[in-house]
Design a protein around this ligand. Structure first.
Ligand SMILES: [Zn+2]
Length: 847
């Protein structure tokens, strides 16, 4: 790992860590488990009945024990933070905290450590404010005469103040003020002694806060209070166009500076091989950094898209990665001489994701995007490849949620799965990544917990082991006596449980919220449940409008959806601006569009929802959305070959994305597969496949090239029984089949849909005793189920995505059925074995 993290002094453990998991020397921080508990409680020691030997009492019986001390040397930023701490301690304890000058030896000393010469002697060795990677570090230390709240920089002082308040129970879970928690503690005491340094030097969620007047101020507050702002600013945005703009005159005089495409100099992917272009890039970097001396990095990230220069000199530089890196390196070397200590930022992304063949300069920070790589390398191969070329400072660019893709819906996007966010951050940390940017959006209904858990883990990756504690803390503080119901709500919409958008899901959300509203009388808790009720209504209205193919009805439903989204926008639960501006094709009338202000816009009203309105929404929502009771199929059910006769073979059609199959080995042999890929795109590296044993161990892997030719995939001999095949084609477009009589099945369960363009005559097994088939489809015009006697049931859905329920006639259980669809979307079976076969004899059935 990079040296700058090695020299960071011992970090402080999360106070939520269970003692047994703590790797650190507890004595450094807390003298006993009871003190730990006190700290967790945040704390009211007289009511806990515990003896707090070393806890420093800050207030008792509405009397402040100490003043908040600011040095005369402090700037206005630090002074403001000291006042803010005093105000919040007062709100929590009911005592009045005075802010005064002083040496810091007595009282609650708030400031940059060097502002207190009397203290600096004993703590200065902990800090290095000249190290650009250590600007966020701070010390919290309680002692007999008060508390140190000392930072390396004014920003670090802010982090320290908010961390101190966090330890006393203060929370700002989401940006809207509704989600702020200010505990009331008549006795306020804290025992703390720790030096805190973030695990990720750069920690940011980008893409949040673009509805300038509505979401920026609350998000800024949230970011500050959750220590999201980082002192080191890593810049790696697309920059080539900015270089062209800055030197417009030079580019006009020298068209050869542009990239060559189709024999013309027209591409914004500038001609990197040209020394004059390199000189302009150096000038761009140098001037940019001179203009803002406080900034440490300049970007040399290529413009987005393809269109790389086709000239012979650029080709001679090597791969696209080599070319992008060449320009970054040239700039970095110039900075080493002229502006030492400055860095160049770039991504490993899209066409320049594959590892380079040239060395990376020491002051280039490479950030790997977790998606959109071309070239067919795995993420690990890309990481290892760049590291092997000297990239020692690595960043990660992850994708938590995209409002125009995920539409603020339950479970959509990585951010909607807080455990996944946490575990991946812990893995990135383990792998040596020290810079993190998670692209996300103003969608706090579905992504809020992921954001909150994410920032906790970016400071301390070990918090990933305690996500359930973070969730407990969130539920108890936000919902009090309704926390049991709200736990069920958050479980329902958690991405890890694969919530399937449907009337059933919406009906369940409303029912839980109705019960939660009855379980509490606390106004703050009711307001939060109210926000989620409005969010649920948003989901209901989205589903209603998106199901209508076209026409006036669709526009009416769209209007109802947008009006509701706008009216609830202060909750921050959904990205309202995106719903307006990214749905222009829905035909929003000119006077109703986003840019038309509320006073003149008939679709915009900020009128608040009354309690009665929210109650009515919940009640009607529960009545209008039917819940389907069914027992989900148990995926651990043991299977055996069906022994059924063969029938006319079906087809999986053409599919894209990740898919999984169940393969059955008999006499040590697995079915041979025929695969072809590249039918939709040929630059994604083909299909990468892996064969797994039932326990998840990878047995074999391989790649099918994207040349549309049929390839035979043969597996090595193995033990008899079930195996998994999984593949990912990154949207390349793939066909798959196997010889008749082979036991191979497409998996179509909650997590592994089959994508059904041209899915025809595929067989599934309906176990004995089944009364119904419950399936889920993402979109549909018609789905046809046929039982063994040839009777068919056509299902036409009026709204989707939705559950499809088909009754099973008495003599048609214990048999193979078939399904065909003209669905251009996903298909899943929920209550019966979710395996699709080309012929009944190839099925596996429960033993
Ligand atoms: Zn060129």
């Amino acid at each position: 790992m990079a040296a700058f993290l090695m020299i960071a002094p011992t970090r402080f453990r999360s106070f939520l860590d269970p003692v047994a998991k703590t790797k650190f020397h507890l004595s450094e921080m807390l003298s006993s488990f009871t003190c730990r508990q006190l700290l967790v409680l945040g704390l009211a020691f007289c009511t806990s009945g515990l003896t707090a030997r070393a806890a420093t009492v800050l207030a008792d019986g509405k009397q402040a024990r100490f003043k908040v001390i600011v040095s005369a040397a402090a700037g206005t930023e630090v002074a403001a933070k000291a006042q803010l701490l005093a105000d919040h301690l007062g709100r929590i304890s009911g005592a009045e905290f005075e802010v005064a000058g002083g040496s810091g030896a007595k009282g609650i000393a708030v400031g940059v450590y060097s502002e207190f010469p009397a203290l600096a002697a004993s703590v200065a060795h902990l800090f290095d404010p000249d190290d650009p990677f250590r600007q966020d570090e701070y010390l919290l230390r309680s002692h007999d005469d008060g508390l140190y709240v000392l930072g390396a920089t004014p920003l670090a002082v802010s982090h320290a103040v908010w961390d101190c308040l966090h330890r006393l129970g203060y929370r700002r879970f989401f940006p809207a003020k509704t989600w702020e928690i200010i505990p009331r503690l008549p006795q306020l005491a804290l025992e703390v002694d720790g030096f805190v340094a973030p695990d990720f030097v750069f920690h940011r969620f980008s893409g949040i806060g673009w509805d300038v007047e509505n979401t920026v101020p609350p998000f800024k507050e949230w970011a500050e209070r959750n220590r999201m702002t980082a002192g080191f600013d890593l810049v790696n945005r697309h920059i080539y166009q900015a270089i062209v703009r800055r030197f417009q005159k030079e580019f006009e005089q020298h068209p050869e500076y542009y990239g060559l495409e189709n024999s013309k100099r027209t591409s914004h992917k500038i001609c990197i091989a040209n020394p004059d272009v390199q000189a302009l890039a150096i000038r761009f970097a140098s001037e940019t950094l001179s203009q803002k001396p406080e900034v440490e990095t300049v970007s040399m990230e290529p413009s987005d898209g393809f269109r790389w220069c086709e000239c012979a000199e650029c080709a001679a530089l090597g791969s696209v990665s080599d070319r992008a890196l060449t320009l970054a390196n040239v700039t970095a070397r110039a900075l080493q001489k002229k502006q030492p200590g400055k860095f160049v930022g770039m991504l490993a992304y899209a066409m320049h994701a594959p590892p380079p063949s040239i060395r990376v300069e020491t002051n280039v920070i490479v950030t790997l995007a977790t998606r959109y790589a071309t070239g067919g390398h795995s993420f690990d191969e890309i990481r290892d490849g760049w590291q092997a070329k000297g990239a020692s400072r690595l960043g990660i660019y992850d994708y938590l949620g995209l409002s125009h893709v995920h539409k603020n819906l339950p479970g959509r996007g990585k951010g909607a799965n807080p455990e996944w966010v946490a575990s991946s951050i812990a893995e990135f940390h383990e792998d040596g990544f020290a810079f993190y940017n998670g692209e996300s959006c103003d969608s706090w209904g579905s992504l809020g917990l992921g954001h909150y858990v994410g920032i906790r883990c970016l400071w301390d990756a070990d918090e990933a082991e305690n996500v359930s504690d973070l969730m407990d803390d969130f539920l108890s503080k936000c919902f009090g006596s309704a926390q049991t119901e709200m736990r069920a709500f958050y479980q329902l919409i958690d991405g890890k449980n694969d919530p399937l958008l449907s009337e059933d899901l919406v009906g369940r959300m409303y029912r839980i919220l109705g019960a939660a509203r009855k379980a509490t009388t606390d106004r703050d808790a009711l307001a939060r449940i109210g926000d989620l009720a409005l969010y649920t209504r948003y989901v209901e209205l989205y589903r209603a409008y998106s199901s209508i193919p076209a026409g006036d009805q669709r526009l009416q439903a769209f209007e109802a959806y947008l009006r509701h989204a706008y009216r609830m926008r202060k909750t921050g639960m959904v990205d309202v601006k995106s719903a307006f501006v990214r749905n222009r094709r829905e035909g929003i009338p000119p006077d109703c569009q986003w840019r038309v202000p509320e006073a003149e816009n008939p679709w915009k009203s900020s009128e608040l929802f009354s309690d009665q309105e929210i109650d009515a929404i919940v009640e009607q929502g529960a009545a209008n959305n039917v819940v389907v009771e069914f027992r989900p199929f148990d995926p651990t059910t043991r299977l055996a070959p069906s022994g059924l006769p063969s029938a006319k073979r079906g087809t999986f059609g053409e599919r894209r994305g990740p898919h999984q199959f169940l393969l059955w080995a008999t006499n040590g042999l697995l079915p041979q597969l025929t695969m072809s890929t590249g039918h939709l795109s040929t630059n994604r590296g083909g299909v990468r496949w892996e064969l797994l044993k039932a326990d998840g161990k990878v047995l074999q892997s391989g790649v099918v090239p994207p040349n549309r030719a049929k390839h035979t995939v043969t597996f090595k001999a193995t033990t008899d029984g079930p195996h998994r095949l999984r593949y990912e084609d990154q949207g390349a477009g793939t066909q798959i089949s196997w010889p008749p009589g082979s036991t191979a099945l497409g998996l179509a369960d909650r997590r592994h849909y089959q994508y059904g363009i041209g899915l025809r005559g595929l067989y599934f097994y309906v176990p004995k005793g089944s009364k119904q088939i419950v399936a889920w489809v993402s979109s549909v015009s018609r789905l046809t189920f046929s039982d063994a006697s040839g009777r068919t049931k056509k299902c036409e859905l009026s709204t989707w995505p939705n559950l499809v329920v088909v009754d099973v006639k008495e003599d048609q259980d214990g048999q193979a059925w078939s399904v065909a669809s003209n669905v251009n979307g996903q298909f899943m079976l929920l209550n019966i074995p979710p395996y699709l076969a080309l012929s009944p004899d190839e099925l596996l059935v429960p033993r």
